[in-house]
Write a protein that binds this ligand. Structure first.
Ligand code: NAD
Length: 378
């Protein structure tokens, strides 16, 4: 068993490390800010994901740390400032957020708000000159994704998605299988991502104005991601169906959706996403065997098997790995594992799935203009 960090620290001492180290002076010369050893991150929105995953992970990160908070709930300021030692000048609310541009302690703004607020805060963060991490789904629609990407380009700041799995060792192993054709060509790829949402009809995830959609935008993006990095290809078409068994509960948003993908290579793809069915799996049937992750997108621990045996990697906080990878991208020019273009591509697929459903399952062709053919295996 070998963790990716152990592996990285080993190669840093060896020849691979020389290659990485040789990037350093270049990266440092690019921008005074990049000379900092650790980048300061501000979390915007202190809900459950920030509270239980991101903030604790930021205590362990190597390349970034929690330097500020942005909250609409004044009672949280005291709790967070004492827990994470954040002084008053680094605490913002939604109204005075733009003054964060004058705060040199903040390098990265991580937007962890309901989906309807992603575009507004990502754009304002970019305009304040801060690098941006945007939670999934990227925004309410493709138009908003474009606006975020444009704002970051204009401000010359980096943009990353909160797609933590790209930094996670089981997912990276799947990408390796695909790239190296370990099991030959892939013929069928399936991904399920759903959970039983119980009985809390007041939650923002079931309110379309705040969420932009139901299971598909919340969990479906994991299934979409899985079939793409599980094949190394973007799909060329999608057809979809919606199922509703509790319309009295899911009044405003989709409950369960299935969708079938075609890929140029001939791979057949199938996803299921639901707010009413628990499922969390990626499965690929290949020319010479199969591979599977189950669970495939929970925080920890993921688990995996192949036709050759069981996968076994050391578990580390995915959020820690993800935030470190993004900070390292800024500091050292390492690859951006989940750029904004990837979030936009997924939103294009989400829109095509909804379109197919309104057109009774009609096949929708997907055309990713150049620059959006990012299959996530680079
Ligand atoms: P949450 O409901 O726990 O927290 C939402 C936060 O937004 C709260 O602090 C709340 O006060 C604030 N907020 C501001 N305006 C609001 C409004 N009008 N209605 C409701 N809340 C409002 O949600 P969460 O689970 O922390 O999710 C936040 C974002 O993070 C979402 O985009 C979600 O998709 C994403 N997320 C990603 C992952 C992942 O694994 N990458 C996991 C969980 C959540």
């Amino acid at each position: 068993m070998i963790s990716r960090r152990t592996f990285n620290s080993k190669i840093t001492k060896g020849a691979g490390g020389l290659a990485l180290a040789s990037n350093l002076p270049f990266a440092c010369a690019m921008d005074g800010q990049q000379k900092k050893k650790k980048l300061g991150m501000a979390l915007v929105g202190l809900g459950s994901y920030s509270t239980y995953q991101l903030a604790p992970a930021l205590l362990d990160t190597e390349h970034c740390y929690l330097a500020g908070i942005v909250t609409g709930t004044p009672e949280k300021e005291k709790v967070w400032s004492s827990k994470y030692n954040i002084t008053e000048e680094h605490i913002y609310n939604y109204d005075n957020f733009d003054s964060i541009k004058n705060d040199p302690a903040i390098d990265i703004v991580y937007v962890v708000l309901p989906n309807s607020m992603h575009a507004d805060f990502c754009i304002r963060a970019a305009q304040a000159g801060k690098h941006v991490v945007c939670e999934k789904p990227m925004a309410m629609n493709v138009e908003e994704c474009d606006a975020i990407i444009d704002a970051c380009k204009k401000a010359n700041v980096k943009l990353g998605m909160g797609y933590r799995l790209h930094s996670e060792p089981y997912t990276q192993e799947i990408k390796r299988f695909v790239k190296e054709k370990t099991f030959g060509d892939i013929r069928y790829i399936a991904a399920d991502a759903g959970y039983y949402s119980g009985s809390n009809p007041g939650q923002w995830r079931l309110n379309k104005k705040l969420s932009g959609g139901g299971a598909l935008v919340n969990m479906g993006v994991y299934a979409i991601q899985s079939v793409i990095y599980g094949t190394g290809e973007n799909p060329v078409s999608v057809s979809a169906q919606e199922f509703s068994t509790r319309p009295e509960y899911f009044k405003d948003t989709d409950e369960t959706i299935t969708a079938q993908f075609e890929f140029a290579s001939g791979v057949v793809g199938n996803i299921m996403t639901s707010h009413n069915i628990g499922a969390n799996r990626l499965f690929a049937s290949c020319e010479r065997g199969w591979f599977e992750l189950d669970p495939a997108s929970t925080y920890i621990p993921l688990a995996g098997r192949t036709s050759q045996g069981v996968l076994n990697f050391e578990q580390e906080s995915q959020q820690k790995l993800q935030m470190d990878d993004f900070a390292s991208h800024i500091l050292y020019g390492t690859p951006n594992l989940a750029p904004g273009e990837m979030g936009k591509r997924d939103m294009m697929i989400v829109e095509a799935i909804y379109r197919s459903i309104t057109e009774n399952g009609k096949k929708q062709l997907l055309n990713f203009e150049s620059g959006y053919g990012f299959a996530g295996n680079e």
